[in-house]
Design a protein around this ligand. Structure first.
Ligand SMILES: O=C(O)c1ccccc1NCC(=O)[C@H](O)[C@H](O)COP(=O)(O)O
Length: 199
């Protein structure tokens, strides 16, 4: 079970996630309570070991802005949320990074990982990063390939969610926070342990 922890803002929390077995760590380079600047992300990404993906998350930025910020942050993966089209993925395809396409699972029938050239697909809630659970048992199409379930997951419900949706991996942000934007190392550890046991 591949586990991504998203929206980290401190070295302490990155180290806790890596030590607990996270496979990817996300940094918000877009408007969010978890937003970090590219230079802050660079400090955090430098602490992520090579076997763990360091992910820059974008939602409304142009591909030119994404290129600049991802390079400044030194991330090895770019995650695109929202209205990005196939052409946007193509415009980034020459970069030496992996690409993640994040979709609203209840609305988007384009659930084949790789359809836009991406390496990973995240099937998420309609409001990314909101922590609101949604009905992942009613997808318009069965996802294929390397896809991560996200949206309202937590240490308490991730095992059940994995049993119901059978994803290749999971992604969490709010469910490992004590308040909006404030991660908790204990919850990060609990989530990763529960997700790995479920997979
Ligand atoms: O986290 C945010 O604030 C955010 C804002 C804009 C676009 C994406 C955002 N988060 C992306 C993620 O990868 C989250 O981990 C994912 O949506 C799950 O969030 P949550 O329901 O809070 O676990």
């Amino acid at each position: 079970m591949f586990v991504k922890i998203c929206g980290l803002r401190s070295v302490e929390h990155v180290e806790a996630a890596v030590a607990a077995g996270a496979d990817a760590i996300g940094f918000l380079l877009s408007r969010s309570p978890r937003q970090v600047t590219p230079s802050e992300a660079a400090v955090l990404a430098a602490t992520v070991p090579d076997h763990v993906l360091s992910v820059g998350v974008f939602a409304t930025e142009t591909t030119e802005q994404i290129r600049r910020d991802a390079e400044a942050a030194g991330v090895d993966t770019i995650q695109l949320h929202g209205a990005y089209k196939h052409e946007d993925f193509q415009a980034l395809a020459d970069l030496p990074v992996k690409l993640i396409r994040a979709i609203a699972g209840a609305e988007d029938p384009n659930t084949d990982c790789g359809a836009y050239g991406e390496d990973l697909l995240i099937v998420d809630a309609a409001k990314p990063g909101s922590g609101e659970p949604w009905d992942w048992t009613r997808l318009p199409a069965e996802p294929t390939g390397h896809w991560l379930l996200a949206g309202g997951l937590s240490p308490d419900n991730v095992a059940c969610a994995v049993a119901e949706a059978r994803p290749w991996g999971v992604d969490v942000s709010s469910g490992v926070e004590v308040s909006r934007g404030m991660k908790d190392p204990g919850l990060i550890r609990d989530f990763i342990t529960a997700a790995k046991q479920a997979g």
